[in-house]
Design a protein around this ligand. Sequence first.
Ligand code: SF4
Length: 214
Amino acid sequence: MNKAKREEIFRRLHDADPNPTTELEYGSAFELLVAVILSAQSTDKGVNKATARLFPAANTPETIYALGEDGLKDYIKTIGLFNSKAKNIIQTCRILVDKHNSQVPAQREALEALPGVGRKTANVILNTAFRQPTMAVDTHIFRVANRTGIAPGKNVLEVEKALLKYVPKHYLLDAHHWLILHGRYTCVARNPKCRQCSIADLCEFKEKTPDVWQ
Ligand code: SF4
């Protein structure tokens, strides 16, 4: 895919949604961190339901730590893998209190040292809470980047690096959200909605859904 096409794709995504953001509900960097840890292999909707109860009761490292693992599980037991997520969040709270003055660090290395926080989660926090131009490649972004030809790659790290290289610099901060939303609602895994797709004429996917693409 050439530079002009990428520029036009992001211009259209930007014009349709100038201020994209995560669908997770949060009011601070710490709430976002907890929500992102909870969201692994779970839907944002399910996480929002749980945090709508949790955050009014506890939304700082100290108060969630004070709940203890069992207390926290009461709030998050509707979410998949809640046992291990509760353990990770309690340990993370402890580290934030002990080592980071109860603040969420804005450095990748410090974030990735927290239990339950891998490269993707760190990228989400750096981008969404601290507005750094990182690219958290999830299943949606991986699919869209490869199908369209915007940033092909064999694995998530390759796609992440390709996106950082090829997305026009002035769109980099928000590109992660545009691509996730495009993959979640339009370029879905099965039968992508090519006919309704705003970038169909620029997309280089050879197998555009035939019954919905004319
Ligand atoms: S044209 Fe189809 S395959 Fe290409 S981005 Fe749009 S929905 Fe996805």
